[in-house]
Design a binder for this molecule. Structure first.
Ligand SMILES: [Zn+2]
Length: 182
């Protein structure tokens, strides 16, 4: 795959840069960085979480907020950079906090729509952790909006998605949004 990417990046470079003599190594570097930026396709949420589920000592909401992430939009392959907040109401288990951050990377390291990324995180956690409910909120800058086209610098796309008790309990949902400062 990396070789194909190199070949195609070289084709693109020759279309946009008249002087390519300095860029001989660029396709190789780009291919290598793509393998890292899009490594999420080779990962599965179940594998990432593994056995990091523990008997819960609490019935209260657990929130990991301000998880930084970067992804790429599937429409322009330009960066999406922002923060994710993940909350859940435990039933029988809690999950290792670092696993939540790794789950974000697993989905963020694929071509994305922010809306789909938000839903994917809720669905994966609902499936794996089987909590009473999951809440995910995200705010991110999309370079295809801030650096090109309308060039609206400073704009952020805010998305949220809920499952279980967060769908029915408005107070709980408000509590999550307050805690995550979304
Ligand atoms: Zn885009």
């Amino acid at each position: 795959m990396a070789e194909n990417i190199e070949k195609n990046i070289w084709e693109i470079l020759t279309q946009i840069e008249p002087e390519t003599s300095r860029l001989q190594e660029t396709p190789h570097r780009v291919a290598k960085s793509y393998m890292e930026l899009f490594e999420g396709y080779a990962q599965s949420p179940e594998q990432i979480v593994g056995s990091a589920l523990y008997k819960t000592p609490t019935q209260e909401m657990v929130v990991l907020r301000d998880i930084p992430f970067s992804s790429h939009c599937e429409h322009h392959m330009l960066p999406i950079i922002g923060y994710v907040h993940i909350g859940y109401m435990p039933d029988t288990s809690i999950i290792g906090a670092s696993k939540l951050a790794r789950l974000v990377d697993c989905f963020a390291h694929r071509l994305q729509l922010q809306e789909r990324l938000t839903v994917a995180l809720v669905e994966a956690l609902t499936l794996i952790l089987k909590p009473k409910g999951v809440a995910v909120g995200m705010a991110a800058e999309h370079y295809c909006i801030t650096q090109r086209g309308t060039k609206k610098k400073g704009t952020q796309l805010v998305t949220q998605h809920f499952s279980g008790v967060f769908c029915t309990d408005r107070v709980l949902r408000q509590e999550f949004l307050r805690t995550s400062r979304l």
